[in-house]
Design a binder for this molecule. Sequence first.
Ligand SMILES: NC(=O)c1ccc[n+]([C@@H]2O[C@H](COP(=O)([O-])OP(=O)(O)OC[C@H]3O[C@@H](n4cnc5c(N)ncnc54)[C@H](O)[C@@H]3O)[C@@H](O)[C@H]2O)c1
Length: 395
Amino acid sequence: MGIKVGICGVGAFANNFIPLFKAHPEVASVTLCDLDAAKLKAKAEQFGISRTCPSLDELCQSDVDAIAVITQNWMHGPQAAQALRAGKHVYSAVPSAITMEEIAALVRAVEETGKVYMIGETSYYYPCALYCRDRFRKGDFGSIVYAEGEYMHDFDHGLYDVYKWRGGERWKEIAGAPPMHYPTHSVSMIVSVTGAYATHVSCMGVVDHHADGLFRKGVNLWDNEFSNETALMRMSDGSVTRINEFRRIGHPGEVRMSLYGTAGSYEEQYGNNIWVTKDRASWQDITGLLESRGVPASERKDAMSEKVGGDAVFEGLSQVHQIDRLPKEYAGLPNGHRGSHQYLVHDFVTACVAKRQPPNNVWQAARYLVPGLIAHESAKRNGELMVIPDFGGGR
Ligand SMILES: NC(=O)c1ccc[n+]([C@@H]2O[C@H](COP(=O)([O-])OP(=O)(O)OC[C@H]3O[C@@H](n4cnc5c(N)ncnc54)[C@H](O)[C@@H]3O)[C@@H](O)[C@H]2O)c1
């Protein structure tokens, strides 16, 4: 019993997800798929999987129920739409798409096929997002007035290698992509907590002068010169959000948020997480609470501790992650991106089995992506205030 899953793209990032799909109790079989035959063979051996497929086209013709698209970041939109149109449920690594036309086609594909689509947004399950979502639901923030989300990732922190392995000989054409075309880690932090979405944006870019020449006209496919972009967004709840997408920054790198309400606020700086209210004396340092260090099931004294017993550890989780909604088979398995990987796979598989759209559905995916696409257009026009199209909240 369970669903048959195909994993399209078995490169570096897929290594984190293959064992989790394989171990999930509601997955009947896993098929690995890649255009690179040598890589496909090696991964099949490494993970002990016998079913393989040489291309997405053939995977779409196969008997799998669902396809996880973990291909290069600029390919997802059309590939996901192709799989949906072939009658498959789809999980997609971020970003969902890279143009307005692609995201519109993706939303249409979900609406017309009724298939499950889930964007694999890791930030959604970050401890700070879980913590703020919970406090927001309880009303502890009051009304939101201002938010900050940012993704800082300097090229010196591995990005040259990433683009070389993803792009091959033509890697420079895509390495200098507009930073705001990859906005989903930062935007989703805010949107997934408050439920508000961005309606207007004004964005400015920082022209790059680095000697590597990646962010130059004529070098990348977008003629993009900005390595850092900062956007100010009007949100549907009346608040204001500031988003930073930085690729040249003297910083260790981080995805982070801060959120300010009329009653309480959450603030984050590198390695420090704070809850504050108007009462100076009541501020709380919640850094330890949100630390992703792994949680022994026995520590929780909940249903899971009885199911797995002993000292089984759920890797990478923080104190605010709810372990008892994960399958017991995930005890001791690898996790990543602050505990998000296991929830991503579990929530997708259970959505497919129940035939209902998950929280990170295609309409949310659009609300995570489109503000960035329009922000870059605004940056090209020196900060012109632009309207952000919305595809609705879904069905
Ligand atoms: N925090 C996050 O959410 C996060 C972190 C890291 C990576 N990612 C995402 O993971 C994705 C994969 O990154 P990666 O570094 O593993 O890339 P990669 O280049 O190592 O792997 C991609 C693989 O997809 C295969 N592929 C492409 N088109 C195909 C097709 N039509 N049929 C079959 N196979 C096909 C390629 O041959 C390649 O092996 C990226 O989109 C990236 O954005 C997300």
